[in-house]
Design a protein around this ligand. Structure first.
Ligand SMILES: *Cc1c(COP(=O)(O)O)cnc(C)c1O
Length: 419
């Protein structure tokens, strides 16, 4: 018996229990369509909520600073082995607290202050930590940024020109709002031609890579970083992996990465999260997860196709992955307004800048949505057709919110959250 007889210990803290209950109800009755979010299994949450949160485990398995860590060592080793196997890596560090700290550690391991780093710019879909101007990654390093061209696909010519001109030591590939496949090989030519490290940040698409519906960067990148809580469907966390190619470029890479995470940047690892990551990695290695990943993409393509039929404009014209970026400019509604009324109708998605957005970041023209969480609930193409219809209805007529809210509630009642 893992947790004792009574499950509701929180009943003693009525305020917190009440708010968790309310949030549970909200998740059950609405469509979670923010593409970086998902619904975790009970197994993941059980590991996360276990007493593994109790102990300090600074260091790595076999080289800890505290006593009593026999089982913590075994768990972290198990997690590292599962990560290496699933993503075809030679070394894995599973201690980063989240995706951003994982990326910080890559900088800290490989670059000196002032060195040049190249990444995709935030307004074109890249992540803050890839060198965006308000982030540490552009304040402590010399950041150059590539983006997409007028077709909204990555502008490789520009990336190549920048690399030749600026000689970055590190090149990031990965994004938070890019609906297309990454051509890892093409980036590896660019990185190799200037002697740069190539880091693939698969935070958004890790589950698609694990499920075989997005090409793996393992043969092409030196380093892979990821979050564990997006399409991978684990607890909030991060990982850094070194590939065979990475070891060939620099045999000390695993040591450098490990030292950068601890003692370079972090203290005690969150071993309860690491246990939950181990659980999600096992789930993601199963046949059922391949089906899940395939369905995420099928659903995303169906949703995109339906939205196109309703006259929505999509950035890049469609999607290859789990997310869709809608350009709302022909719909006479701003990103924030759309986000707001869709939330009222029970569909949670987020306002987002689009490439070459004429409007400022706090009032962007785009709406970003994705299918990972609703696919976890078992929804398929038929449900996507309905959802596209509701999105269209609500955006064309704000007064339909409460009617659609009830229809969403009814749909959700037939697709429970995972056990
Ligand atoms: C989400 C994301 C991150 C950061 O992850 P956090 O856990 O929010 O710190 C890093 N890179 C990319 C590409 C992401 O999408």
């Amino acid at each position: 018996m893992l947790f004792g007889k009574k499950e509701n210990y929180l009943g003693k803290d009525k305020e917190v229990a009440f708010l968790i209950e309310k949030e549970t109800e909200r998740q059950k009755t609405s469509l979670e369509m923010i593409p970086s979010e998902n619904h975790t299994s009970r197994a993941v949450r059980q590991a996360l909520g276990s007493l593994l949160t109790d102990k300090y485990a600074e260091g790595y398995p076999g080289k800890r600073y505290y006593a009593g860590l026999e089982y913590y060592d075994k768990l972290e080793d198990l997690c590292r082995e599962r990560a290496k196997k699933l993503f075809n890596a030679v070394h894995a560090n599973v201690q980063p607290y989240s995706g951003s700290p994982a990326n910080h550690a890559v900088y800290y391991a490989l670059l000196e202050k002032g060195d040049t780093v190249m990444g995709m710019s935030l307004p074109h879909g890249g992540h803050l930590t890839h060198g965006w101007k308000v982030n540490f990654s552009s304040k402590y390093y010399n950041s150059v940024q590539y983006g997409v061209d007028q077709t909204h696909f990555i502008d490789f010519k520009e990336a190549e020109r920048l690399a030749k001109e600026c000689h970055p030591k590190l090149i990031w590939v990965g994004a938070t709002a890019y609906p297309r496949i990454f051509d890892w090989e093409r980036f590896s030519f660019i990185a190799d031609s200037v002697g740069a490290y190539l880091a693939a940040d698969i935070a958004h698409i890790a589950g698609l890579v694990a499920g075989g519906v997005h090409p793996s960067p393992a043969p092409f990148a030196h380093i892979m970083t990821t979050t564990t809580h997006k399409t991978l469907r684990g607890p909030r966390g991060g990982m850094i992996m070194v590939t065979e190619k990475g070891i060939q470029k620099d045999p000390d890479l695993p040591k450098k990465i490990d030292k950068a995470v601890f003692p370079g940047l972090q203290g005690g690892p969150h071993e309860n999260a690491i246990a939950a990551i181990a659980v999600c990695l096992k789930e993601a290695s199963q046949e059922s997860f391949k089906k899940y990943a395939e369905q995420i993409v099928k659903n995303s393509k169906t949703l995109a196709g339906e939205l196109l039929k309703y006259g929505f404009k999509l950035v890049s014209g469609g999607t290859d992955n789990h997310l869709i970026l809608v350009d709302l400019r022909n719909k006479n509604i701003s990103g924030p307004e759309a986000q707001d009324i869709l939330e009222k109708a029970g569909m949670t998605m987020n306002k987002n800048s689009i490439p070459f957005d004429p409007n400022p970041p706090f009032n962007p023209s785009g709406l970003r949505m994705g299918t990972p969480a609703i696919t976890t609930r078992g929804m398929k193409e038929q449900e996507m057709i309905k959802i596209a219809g509701w999105i269209n209805e609500v955006i064309n007529d704000k007064n339909s919110c409460s009617k659609v809210r009830e229809e969403v509630r009814e749909l959700c009642s037939r697709f429970p959250l995972p056990e």
